[in-house]
Ligand binder design. Structure first.
Ligand SMILES: O=C(O)c1ccccc1NCC(=O)[C@H](O)[C@H](O)COP(=O)(O)O
Length: 270
């Protein structure tokens, strides 16, 4: 039998690559210089308020490829895609910046930031404070923090840094234990990813099983697995404040209409 080079989970392998790429970027641009760039940025937009608006909010993702599906779309103009998301009523645009598995980049983030005036989420596998400074330097308003990838101390430090930079964090969970950790550290925007990042299995029922454990009034994002309006209605009926949608939007020829349809589906569900 051929010997595998990796023995960890998909998430472990992604993080290994992220750390290698990150050390090259830090060599090219040390943290002290990156911090200078942050000072030149306009203040971050309020991602929390954007997600708290009445009705279901849509976080629309610029996602080129994924480990589970391979190439999803030929996105030649991420700025135009983001503009169509905004015109369809998206509350936030998410930009995947991880290179090896998602073909994302900070160049995509720059293009999207310049194109829209709604909050932008830098979607990556945050393992170092440098990435949060980097997100802000490129105009992002929110970052993703995946509880499964972080210790409590890291999560607490990264939450404090996002606050210091005037940003928000989408704190992603997949199990009850992760959800309790996120809540105990004061996360304000909680995501439940129904995709298990260790196995890539998608189970939409995970959302319903965790949503009921949150205090009323929480900002709760259902992440992954939205194929159609029925899936959106399902998440909304279980208390989602927002849905984060990638594949269904990038593979649609009219993403703005699709977002409008998703928001309407949630209204009917409640
Ligand atoms: O999408 C994947 O295959 C994936 C694999 C491993 C780690 C993360 C992954 N996706 C990140 C996401 O959370 C999704 O991009 C996001 O929730 C949108 O999902 P979808 O609407 O199902 O494209």
């Amino acid at each position: 039998m051929a010997e595998s080079l990796h023995t960890g989970t998909v998430l472990d392998e992604i993080i290994e690559g992220v750390k290698e790429d990150l050390s090259l970027r830090i060599e090219r641009l040390p943290l002290a210089e990156l911090k200078e760039l942050v000072l030149r940025q306009a203040p971050a937009l309020d991602g929390y308020a954007a997600l708290k608006q009445p009705g279901l909010s849509v976080i629309a993702e610029v996602k080129r490829r994924s480990p589970s599906k391979g190439e999803l779309a030929q996105i030649t103009d991420p700025a135009a895609l983001a503009s169509s998301y905004a015109s369809g009523g998206a509350a936030v645009v998410s930009v995947l910046t991880e290179q090896r598995r998602f073909s994302g980049s900070l160049t995509d983030l720059d293009a999207v930031r310049a194109a829209v005036n709604i909050p932008v989420l830098r979607k990556d596998f945050t393992v170092d404070a440098y990435q949060i400074w980097e997100a802000r330097a490129h105009g992002a308003d929110l970052v993703l923090l995946i509880v499964a990838a972080l210790s409590d101390a890291e999560l607490a430090d990264f939450l404090a840094l996002t606050e210091q930079l005037g940003m928000n964090a989408l704190v992603e969970t997949h199990t009850e234990e992760e959800l309790q950790r996120a809540l105990s550290l004061g996360a304000k925007i909680i995501g439940v990813n129904v995709r298990n990042l260790k196995t890539l299995e998608v189970d939409r029922e995970v959302f319903a099983s965790l949503a009921g454990l949150l205090p009323a009034g929480s900002v709760l994002v259902a992440e992954s697995g939205v194929r159609n309006a029925e899936d959106v209605a399902h998440y909304a009926s279980h208390g989602a404040t927002a849905v984060l949608v990638g594949e269904a939007l990038v593979s649609d020829s009219t993403p703005a209409q699709r977002i409008t349809e998703f928001r309407a589906a949630a209204t009917h569900a409640n």
